[in-house]
Design a protein around this ligand. Structure first.
Ligand SMILES: *Cc1c(COP(=O)(O)O)cnc(C)c1O
Length: 221
């Protein structure tokens, strides 16, 4: 299935007006599809699987910004640490510690988003609001010298219930604002929320980075 360039242009236009960044989620899609959007100027791509990301990064242009948006296992951080641009799904302090360790080995800083659990489903990962607040207030973040916490990421429930999704996004925006105040750090400026089905709502609720896959690349198997 070819890439939907019409959708790409229309989404880009909507986002530009509102200063929202687009991560094109290319998981399971072939390199040619990424190249097609790259040719239109897209540089930020998102992947969920470590091996797939490593393979794609090795064979695609080096100026692509690779976003890891899936659930990251600690023992796999080392494979993406050398080149990853932003890790969205940091859902535990243990993972943060491992990313920091690999960043030190690479002699670089690694940018991360802390994932917050806002959905009702138990399958979605992330800090809950209380443990996030506790973590930020503890000051332990300063133990991780080679991590830059750029912001927060969350996923709404998979539901037709628009009000529920809206409430979950509003909750995340509130947590984001509180965290920004508590951290008082200029690097903290990114709220990653919204996907193909709910990105417009997410932007209304304060998202400034959306992760869009199927609208651009077609449905996944
Ligand atoms: C797959 C995925 C997306 C993109 O989903 P679409 O509905 O295809 O836009 C966004 N974020 C995360 C975390 C994903 O896993």
């Amino acid at each position: 299935m070819p890439v939907n360039t019409e959708a790409y242009h229309s989404i880009k236009e909507q986002l530009q007006e509102k200063n929202v960044q687009l991560v094109a989620v290319s998981k399971t899609k072939p390199n040619e599809d990424i190249e097609a959007l790259y040719a239109l100027g897209q540089r930020n791509f998102g992947e969920n699987y470590v091996q797939e990301l490593v393979d794609k990064a090795a064979s695609l242009p080096s100026d692509i910004h690779w976003h890891f948006i899936g659930h990251l296992q600690s023992n796999k951080v080392k494979y993406i640490a050398p080149f990853v641009y932003l890790i969205h799904g940091v859902d535990s302090e243990k993972l943060l510690a491992e990313i920091n360790k690999q960043a030190i080995k690479q002699n670089k800083m690694i940018a991360c988003l802390l994932q917050v659990h806002i959905a009702t489903e138990e399958t979605k990962f992330g800090f809950d609001a209380t443990s996030l607040n506790e973590f930020i207030a503890s000051g332990r973040l300063s133990n991780y010298s080679n991590i830059v916490v750029k912001g927060l990421m969350g996923m709404a429930s998979f539901t037709e219930d628009k009000t529920m999704v809206e409430n979950e996004f509003s909750t995340l925006k509130t947590i984001y604002d509180q965290t920004a105040t508590a951290l008082n750090n200029v690097n903290f400026d990114t709220l990653s929320m919204g996907m193909s089905g709910d990105y417009a709502l997410a932007i209304e609720k304060g998202s400034n980075l959306v992760r869009i896959g199927s609208l651009l690349f077609g449905a996944r198997n």
